[in-house]
Design a protein around this ligand. Sequence first.
Ligand SMILES: [Zn+2]
Length: 255
Amino acid sequence: MYFDTHCHLDFPVFDAQIDQWLKKLQLEQVSHICVPSVGPSNWQRVMQLGKRYPDQVYCALGIHPCFLPVQSDSIAQLTNLVQTHRHVLSAIGEIGLDGRFNNDNQQEHIFAEQLTLAKTVELPVLVHCVKRHHRLMPMLKQAALNKAGVIHAFTGDYKTASSYIDMGFKLGVGASFMWPSARPLRDVLSKLPLQALVFETDAPDMPLPGHKKGDATPLDVINVAKNFASLRKESTKMVIDSIYESSCMIFRRDA
Ligand SMILES: [Zn+2]
């Protein structure tokens, strides 16, 4: 079985044929998909997916750093939603820092507030980080979450990876490592403990080699898993089973 720990299944490209997608995924043994939100604009849609397909879709609510600014009461709204719907949520996300914008203070403020929320409601976090590990890591340390979570689409070096792992985080492994130019990332991933990794597609955004951005689908998780097993030179079944199990542990909803 496969668990796609990060997929934007609520985006129109999938949402228009959501029943067919979920049937197909089930048939191909992609039994679980974690769907993060990006902000107030899709909170309801993501939650509806989670409620409609509770066995397959695990959902997360949060404000993504690339989707700022948000209205000043958005954190209050998010807190309210999360507290009311805690039983259908698997994480707070996706949240984090992205160095490609010029609003570091605003991003850090929103991120810190969401870490506090995650701690209060005892949920793990789905973290997006681009060029800001040096700022993000101390914030995560300070937050001292009860349940860590996933550093999604991880592309950093071995030292950064190990620091997150020491803090209890899992690292999200997607199609990026399969691109010919991604040798440094392959070197890092081949050395990390298997228990610290989970698979993801970030569909529709993280294409397989030779494909365009926007072409990714949650079915790609199968390809990612098989390629990753051969990179590690380990048994495909062992890698797939073990990563599936740790993914289930992170997102398990309390009954
Ligand atoms: Zn994402």
